[in-house]
Design a protein around this ligand. Structure first.
Ligand code: COA
Length: 242
């Protein structure tokens, strides 16, 4: 059973589901709502990502309770005000599990914790920095930090800053529409900084960022426990069949 300080980031490659047996096994753990979600995507590549993500979500949660709940048995509901677009959560869960999911080409992630808010984001490193995104969404501190880097390091740093922003918004469950991206930033050596008027305390969040593959960047934002103690973070790869 996951401990109160533990946070696990489960990772999987959607391509693992190219093997028919793995695809069937993944389908078998989904419910009707998940299957309808997967079927909505027009391209096979996107259906595979959605399938990998929903199967990972269920298997990750089951791992964290040592199989006491089967992957197919989990039920979910939207969080927040219950409207569409709210952060999904486990329905009727007595164990206090929280989770968050992120999907990208080539990688899906599901973070699981107990009794604390978590947000995760994974993104491929872009071929080059999208200057328009930086100009319109990054804070002045981030723009300056990015431009001070040698050109060959900028794309990776851009992806790191972007994923940290998304992970924070997802941890809070407010999504991209909830807070303008230039009203908070990540400063090297300082951590998360919230601009004036943002109704939150930066000290309550633990933010980390790493490269789970050569092509991706991942960021995790976790609420600290009472007394400010940090979480114990682990990552675990799932092969796509268990
Ligand atoms: C939540 C959000 C930040 C996700 O960003 P993204 O880069 O598109 O997608 P990711 O792959 O990282 O995350 C998707 C997962 O986040 C989770 N999620 C959905 N709403 C969420 C929320 N409010 N907070 C945290 N997580 C959320 C879901 O598990 C979703 O998985 P699914 O798509 O397989 O159902 C973004 O879609 C968003 O802001 N949604 C809220 C509604 C909104 O403001 N819409 C305008 C978008 S342009």
């Amino acid at each position: 059973m996951l401990g109160a300080r533990d946070v696990v980031v489960f990772l999987a490659r959607p391509e693992a589901l190219e093997a028919p047996a793995r695809r069937e096994a993944a389908m078998a753990v989904l419910d009707e709502t998940d299957r309808a979600h997967v079927a909505r995507f027009r391209f096979e590549r996107d259906r595979r990502i959605a399938l990998a993500s929903r199967a990972l979500q269920r298997r990750a949660l089951s791992r964290c309770v040592e199989g006491r709940v089967a992957p197919a048995a989990w039920r979910f509901e939207p969080g927040g005000d219950g409207g569409a677009g709210g952060k999904p959560r486990v329905a009727g869960d007595a164990m206090g599990l929280t989770f968050n999911v992120s999907n990208a080409r080539g990688l899906v992630a599901c973070t699981v914790a107990r009794g604390r808010a978590v947000g995760v984001d994974v993104e491929p490193v872009p071929a080059e920095v999208p200057a328009d995104v930086v100009d319109s969404h990054f804070a002045a501190v981030e723009r300056a930090a990015l431009r001070a880097l040698p050109a060959e390091r900028q794309a990776r740093r851009f992806a790191a800053l972007w994923t940290m922003k998304e992970a924070y918004l997802k941890a809070r469950g407010i999504g991209l529409g909830g807070l303008a991206l230039d009203r908070f930033w990540y400063a090297e050596g300082v951590g998360l900084v919230l601009g004036e008027g943002v109704d939150d305390d930066a000290a309550r969040w633990q933010v980390s960022c790493w490269a789970p593959t050569a092509e991706h960047v991942a960021a995790l934002c976790v609420a600290r426990g009472e007394g400010g103690e940090g979480a114990r973070i682990a990552t675990r790869w799932m092969a796509g069949d268990g």
